[in-house]
Structures are given as C-alpha cells and as structure tokens.
Write a protein that binds this ligand. Structure first.
Ligand code: GUN
Length: 294
C-alpha cells in the first residue's frame, strides 16, 4: 500500500492560524507584539530565501520583525555589537543568526553572544546542554518540527527503532536526543557509517538529514517504516531546469513506506513554524504569561 503523505505544509498552516489568534489576545494583554530578529550575513541566495520565508511567516502570525542584513565585508564585531543591543531590547523575544555564515566568519562567537533566553534556534551551548540533560529549554527548530509532525500524525515513537542519518548540530545531533527523550532506541548514522543500507533497513523510523540527493533508496527501507526527509537539495533536471529534491528517493520509497514526508512541503514548513512557536514561548515567559518552558 502506498505511504501516507505527511503534509507538513498543511499542519504548519493550521498551527500558524492558531498562533495568530493567540497572539491577538496576548498583544492586548501585554501591550506589545512578540518580536523576532533574524540576522543574515552575505548574499547566499538560499539563505535570503529562507529568511524571507521566516519574515513572511512572522507577519502572518503577528510577530514583529527586527531583522538586519550585514554585508560579507562588514566586521564580525559589528554583528556581535548588534546582538548585544538586541539582547537588551525589550521588544525582541527571539534572535537568530542565519547559517551558514560567509567564508571567514566564525559562527561560534555570534551563537555564544545570543542571550540563551532569546535563543529561538536552540543553538546556544546552554540550550544544547539542557537538551542533553533532558531539562526544559529552547529547542532547535528543525528537530522540533520533526517531533511535532510525528506527534500530530499519531506516529508512535516509544520503543521503536529510529535511525537518524546525518550528525549536524542543526538537525542530526539534537534530533537524536529528542527521539531518545521520547523513548526511541536511536542510532545516529553518518557519512562514515559502513553499510548504511543495513542500518536504515533495521529502522521503524528513518530520518534523512545529510544533504545528498535521493541517497535513501527503496532497497534501504523496511516495508512499513516511517520516512522523514529533512534534505533540501537543488539539482538540475535533464531538461536544464532546477528542481528541489530531498535525501530520499521519494517516488520509489513512497511505494513501501507506511508514511513519508514530501520535499518540498514536509519538514521545511514545520521548521519555520517551530521558530514562531519558540519566539512565542520566549515572549510568554518574558511577559510573565507563563512561568516555564514547555
Ligand atoms: N540554516 C538552515 N537551517 C537553519 C536553521 O534552522 N537555523 C539557522 N540559524 N540557520 C539555518
């Protein structure tokens, strides 16, 4: 039986509509809208498109944008100064530095400079440490989006074998910790894993996050497995146009998986939605509408 298509785009639209209603009520109570600052450096076209998507989503739910764009020739000290000002700015609940930074820019100082209470990307060592220890805190948006999608679709995690392919700090490492916290038995595979097919074939849930077009073929998937595709790869078609494909051979794998996310329209819209959710969490905490992280 062909797989159930996990429609992240539809779930994201539903969640954002709910957020928009909540934000309206909170603005009356608090006297200001939630605020998010997305900081971008350089001219990477993919980053520019992602940041535009984030700002448009903010607008839809009523979050004020305090974004800045820096030239790649600007100084890292200027970026750090700006982060310092945004940390102090009462109107700003979330700060995010869009990655990757241009060549020559070290991402560690800006990520460390962000106030951990405003770290809506969950990349500050304090928030990553909280995740490792199983304590409440801000969580990275893409892994959080994957977990929310699995939960919303009623896909059980506890006791199941989950394989995450890709060990990035943005996705693979935090997601494996979140799956572990949800009582999955987790394997974290990567580019140096010998016989990847053997590892992925054992999985009830496979998450692909490596950035290699269509790496996961049908013969690497156990029939009935749940397949989550975090990859977004731009490839050229034989006709010469550009196409977005994931890390999964979608057409083949959807014939034997129990459920699968499409690219685009799967995990991507959930990432943006979790950024909004984190910004609202931070806003509620900072405005004393709530007392702890969820
Ligand atoms: N670049 C691609 N994905 C992300 C993300 O989730 N956060 C940041 N900061 N940069 C990214």
């Amino acid at each position: 039986m062909p797989a159930k298509i996990l429609d992240g785009k539809a779930l994201a639209a539903r969640l954002q509509a709910e957020m928009a209603t909540q934000v309206q009520a909170w603005v009356t109570q608090v006297g200001r809208p939630p605020g998010l600052a997305v900081l971008r450096v350089g001219e990477d076209p993919a980053s520019a498109a992602y940041v535009r998507g984030k700002e448009r989503a903010c607008e839809r739910v009523g979050i004020a944008s305090f974004g800045r764009h820096f030239s790649a020739q600007d100084s890292p000290a200027h970026l750090l100064d700006t982060i310092g000002q945004l940390n102090q700015d009462e109107r700003v609940d979330g700060i995010l530095v869009q990655l990757p930074l241009p060549p020559g820019w070290d991402p560690i100082p800006p990520l460390l400079a962000i106030d951990p209470g405003k770290d809506v990307d969950g990349l500050h060592p304090l928030n990553l440490g909280r995740l490792l220890r199983g304590e409440p805190g801000l969580r990275s948006c893409t892994p959080l989006g994957v977990m929310r999608l699995l939960q919303a679709e009623g896909i059980p995690i506890a006791g199941r074998k989950a394989v995450v392919v890709g060990r990035s700090i943005l996705v693979g490492k935090p997601l494996s910790l979140m799956l572990l916290a949800a009582d999955a038995t987790v394997t974290l595979a990567h580019s140096r894993t010998p016989d990847l097919a053997e590892v992925t074939r054992a999985a009830d849930i496979v998450v692909m996050a490596v950035g290699r077009p269509r790496l996961l073929r049908a013969d690497m998937v156990k029939p009935g497995a749940v397949v989550i595709d975090v990859g977004i790869n731009r490839i050229e078609t034989p006709a010469g146009s550009e196409q977005l494909v994931g890390d999964v051979d979608y057409e083949a794998v959807k014939e034997l998986a129990a459920a699968i996310t499409p690219v685009p329209g799967g995990v991507g819209p959930m990432t943006v939605t979790m950024l909004l959710a984190n910004t609202l969490e931070s806003y509620k905490l900072r405005s004393q509408l709530s007392e702890t992280w969820v």
